[in-house]
Each structure stands twice: as structure tokens, then as C-alpha cells.
Design a protein around this ligand. Structure first.
Ligand code: NAP
Ligand code: ZN
Ligand code: ZN
Length: 349
């Protein structure tokens, strides 16, 4: 089996360090991808520090992967060597249950294979993510990166992009809708760009006054500082839908109060601890609180094509892999505009 250079976490909470991993020899349906860029998602940090529990170590994070196909298995029909491709949070699923058949692989009833911190469908072989030079993935879980998308800026679309595109679509976002985006980070800034492209009137709700100018540059129409200014009174009942991307505990009830009657708030941010929801925050106004998990393969391809059509990529700061521990600290301080992307050439050096 080929030995691959990677960066990973030897044990929960330890700093990331160089290590080597093995990738399988490609089977008939596999594509071998030389990784060019990998985005740094806040979920990488939650998992590297085992904040969600059950982490598998050593762990090589990274599920916002863009790379070039270098070889394909004999039965591969969708890709050839040289294609620019993406891999997101999933690398396999059972493919036979109802959600899988409906293209909702993220809800596979038999347990999907995460790109890292999981196992292949044999339930034994650990999966390793995109902080590495090469990955081998079944063509069914490989996405086409359309021409015209900058490969580094496209990497975060594979998680931050689909995770915000999917709830906007599920909530029926359309021109003129008043959309609130809570938290202007990696996910939040994509939610703003995507909702603006759908014609929505977008309000950013942020704890950081310093992000107001960025919010407007990204296309948001309004900005509300949630740590003062009476934002919750001013915006009461004014939003049709909210995408909540916040990674830390916060008061869901306060945000629910911003929805009009029958409005919906989708949680995509995944703070590690439980937070109380008052029944009255939902009952009054018949408001809805739902969750959303990334997106299935067909919707992820649809999102990439939509981004190519509208010229949408992530705002990124490209780093070398050797800067990853410092990058994690900066994400935790909300000091990134708005996604770190690893230039994987730094691992080959
Ligand atoms: P990120 O870049 O760190 O952005 C999170 C934002 O939340 C920050 O920029 C900040 O925005 C806000 N925030 C942080 N701490 C806060 C606090 N204590 N109170 C209020 N607001 C706070 O992270 P990300 O990569 O976008 O990921 C966000 C969350 O989504 C993470 O929990 C991640 O695990 C989760 N996630 C979920 C899915 C899914 O499928 N559901 C997929 C990917 C990621 P302001 O400075 O504007 O307040
Ligand atoms: Zn992610
Ligand atoms: Zn399934």
C-alpha cells in the first residue's frame, strides 16, 4: 500500500504533527486524487480535540478537499486523469437504504463513512482526511469541480458551502426573503454569499463589530451586533428564516424571537453542549427549529454548479500545513477572514 505524507493528531487534544498513513490500492470504481488544497473547518477542531467524543486517533482531519485525478480504476466512467475534483465529508455509504437511494447519503440508515474520524464500510479500516497529499475515493463520492472556480477558493465549498446551501434550499429561500445569518465565520460567510445570490435580503447577526464592513462587502444588506445595540428588540419578528452557524453555546430562544410567524431557524453550528429551548419560543408564532447536516452527493454537485454559475467561492487565507496549529488557535478567536485553506504543496516540499 502506498505510504502518504500527512499531518494529524496523534491523540485527543494533542497538537497536529507530521505523520504517514496508508491509502488502499485503487479498486475498479476508485479515483486516485492528488490533493491540492484542503479547507480548515471548525469541525476539524471539535474532532481533533474530541469535543464530540468517540474520536478515532491518530486522526488526519480535512473534509474540504480539492485535487487533481491522477489515476482511475477500470470501471470508472465519470472521471479521467487530469480532472479537477472535490471530496467533502462523506467517502461512502450503504447505497441501498431509502435515504441513500434518494441522494441523502448523509442520513444513511446503515451509517456512512466519514472522510476522516470514521471507518470504511468494512467498519474496521480507519479513514484519513485531506491534510494529506493523496486520497483514494469511490467515483460515486467524488464531485466535479466546474471550470472557472478557483481551486483553493472552491475547497471550502465542499463543507461550508453545502452546509449552508442545503438549509437555504430546504427552507425555500427565494428572492425577497428576509434571511438572518448568525455568526460570520467559515459557514456564515458562505451563507451570506449564497443567500444573496438567491435574491434574499440578508441580515448578519454577529458578536464582532469589526465584521460589519465585511458583511456588507459580502453582500449583506443589514448587520446587527448581538452583544449590544438592542438588536433583538429591533429585529423582533422581522426575519423569514435564520441559518445559525455558531460553534459555541448561545441562546437559541433569543434568535427564535426574530422569526415571523411560521418562520424557520436551521441549526448547522454544532456546539458541544446542550442548550435549553423554551417551548414558548416555538409555540408563540408557530416557529420551527430544525437541524441540517452537510448535504447529499447530488445536492453537493448542484451547489458546486450553482457557485460556478454565480462566481461564488470562499474568501480564504492560504496557509502552509506547518501553520495549522496556529491556524486552529486563530479560528477559535474568530481571527480568520473567512476560511483557512492549506496549500498541500507544503506537505510535499
Ligand atoms: P467558524 O469559522 O469558527 O465560525 C463560527 C462563528 O460563530 C464565528 O465566526 C463567530 O461569528 C461565531 N461565534 C464563535 N463563538 C461564539 C460565541 N461564543 N458566541 C456567539 N458567536 C460565536 O466555524 P465554522 O467552520 O463556520 O463552523 C461553525 C460550526 O458549524 C461549528 O460548530 C462546526 O462544527 C459546525 N459545522 C456543522 C456542519 C453541519 O453539517 N451541520 C458542517 C460544518 C460545520 P461572529 O464573530 O460573527 O459572532
Ligand atoms: Zn466541515
Ligand atoms: Zn444508506
Amino acid at each position: 500500500m502506498p505510504t502518504i505524507h500527512a499531518f494529524g493528531v496523534p491523540a485527543a487534544g494533542k497538537p497536529l504533527a507530521p505523520l504517514t498513513i496508508e491509502r488502499r490500492e485503487p479498486g475498479p470504481h476508485d479515483v486516485v486524487i492528488e490533493i491540492l488544497y484542503c479547507g480548515v473547518c471548525h469541525s476539524d477542531i471539535h474532532q481533533a480535540r474530541d469535543e464530540w467524543g468517540g474520536g478515532i486517533f491518530p486522526m488526519v482531519p480535512g473534509h474540504e478537499i480539492v485535487g487533481r485525478v491522477v489515476r482511475v480504476g477500470s470501471a470508472v466512467s465519470k472521471f479521467t486523469a487530469g480532472n479537477l475534483v472535490g471530496v467533502g465529508c462523506l467517502v461512502d455509504s450503504c447505497r441501498t437504504c431509502a435515504p441513500c437511494k434518494a441522494g441523502l447519503e448523509q442520513f444513511c440508515e446503515n451509517g456512512w463513512s466519514g472522510t476522516y474520524n470514521g471507518t470504511e464500510m468494512d467498519r474496521k479500516t480507519p479513514t484519513y482526511g485531506g491534510y494529506s497529499t493523496q486520497i483514494v475515493v469511490d467515483e460515486a463520492f467524488t464531485l466535479r469541480v466546474p471550470d472557472g472556480l478557483d481551486p483553493a477558493g472552491a475547497a471550502p465549498l465542499l463543507c461550508a458551502g453545502i452546509t449552508t446551501y442545503s438549509p437555504l434550499r430546504q427552507m425555500g429561500c427565494k428572492a425577497g426573503d428576509r434571511v438572518g445569518v448568525v455568526g460570520l465565520g467559515g459557514l456564515g460567510h458562505m451563507a451570506v454569499k449564497l443567500a444573496v445570490a438567491m435574491g434574499a435580503e440578508v441580515t448578519v447577526l454577529s458578536t464582532s463589530r469589526a465584521k460589519e464592513a465585511d458583511a456588507r462587502r459580502l453582500g449583506a444588506h443589514h448587520f446587527a451586533l448581538t452583544t449590544g445595540d438592542g438588536a433583538f428588540e429591533k429585529l423582533r419578528g422581522k426575519l423569514d428564516m435564520i441559518v445559525d452557524t455558531v460553534s459555541a453555546p448561545h441562546d437559541y430562544n433569543a434568535y427564535l424571537g426574530l422569526l415571523r410567524a411560521r418562520g424557520a431557524m436551521t441549526l448547522v453550528g454544532a456546539p458541544p453542549s446542550a442548550m435549553p429551548v423554551s417551548p414558548f419560543a416555538l409555540i408563540m408564532g408557530g416557529r420551527r427549529l430544525v437541524g441540517s447536516l452537510i448535504g447529499g452527493l447530488p445536492e453537493t454537485q448542484e451547489m458546486l454548479d450553482h457557485c460556478a454559475k454565480h462566481g461564488i467561492v470562499s474568501d480564504i487565507e492560504v496557509i502552509k500545513i506547518q501553520q495549522i496549529n496556529e491556524a486552529y488557535e486563530r479560528v477559535l478567536k474568530s481571527d480568520v477572514r473567512y476560511r483557512f485553506v492549506i496549500d498541500v504543496a507544503s506537505l510535499r516540499g
